[in-house]
Design a protein. Structure first.
Length: 227
């Protein structure tokens, strides 16, 4: 009887241990399956999370004010008959921008008695051009930089399409005594001659222009600062 009881106890203990091992194995297997399933899903989940992440706010572009101008030129013969005309935007040079800001805000620049319009033959224009970059500006035969008085009668400032515009009075060049050197550009400066002033703006003409003896150029310029 004792032997049977001992065998029964042994069998029960073996069964308990076996069930425990099986249960542990089942639990371990389930955990492994869960880990493998998570690993398979992780890249997709991660990608979804990346798409769903809020984007950092973008910095707003600072508003800018752009100075730009316009030349109009009409060439006539000695009888007043129109030979050609052209107009278009110009380039405001870096030192022109500096001059405008310093004259308006810091008083580092004084407003001259006159501004001047001239002609030269630079092969190409650049923003950093200064007066020493002028090329083949004609001398003699009636050529001179033409003045525009710094006054509210010669330069009018008025609202134009939502922005203020400074319009220069028209100036006239007349060749007298000979044909001028080929002109490629018009320019605005602060000095009547030489290179001691500021080069405000320039415009490349649409083609090389020759002003013959007796011919005239009527030139007008305006400058606007716009957003």
């Amino acid at each position: 009887m004792k032997l049977r009881t001992g065998l029964l106890v042994s069998l029960v203990l073996a069964l308990i241990v076996s069930c425990g091992v099986v249960s542990f194995a089942v639990v371990q297997s389930a955990r492994q399956d869960a880990r493998e399933s998570f690993a398979r899903r992780a890249p997709a989940d991660t990608a979804v999370d990346a798409v769903a992440m809020p984007q950092a706010p973008q910095a707003e572009a600072a508003p800018s004010l752009t100075p730009f101008g316009w030349f109009r030129v009409v060439c006539t013969d000695e009888t007043g008959a129109e030979l050609w005309t052209e107009s278009g935007p110009n380039m405001v040079h870096n030192e022109g921008e500096q001059y405008i800001l310093q004259a308006a805000f810091s008083e580092e620049q004084a407003v001259p008695a006159n501004f001047y319009i001239g002609l030269d033959a630079r092969a190409a224009l650049a923003e950093d051009d200064v007066l020493t970059d002028l090329s083949n500006e004609h001398s003699g035969d009636g050529y001179a930089r033409q003045p525009v008085y710094s006054s509210d009668t010669a330069i009018t400032v008025a609202l134009d399409s939502g922005d203020y515009k400074a319009t220069f009075a028209e100036v006239t060049f007349t060749a007298s005594g000979g044909t001028w050197t080929t002109a490629k550009n018009l320019f605005v400066t602060t000095v009547v001659s030489g290179t001691a002033g500021k080069l405000i703006a320039s415009r490349a003409l649409s083609q090389d222009r020759i002003v013959a003896d007796g011919e005239s150029l009527d030139v007008q310029y305006w400058l606007k600062i716009s957003e």
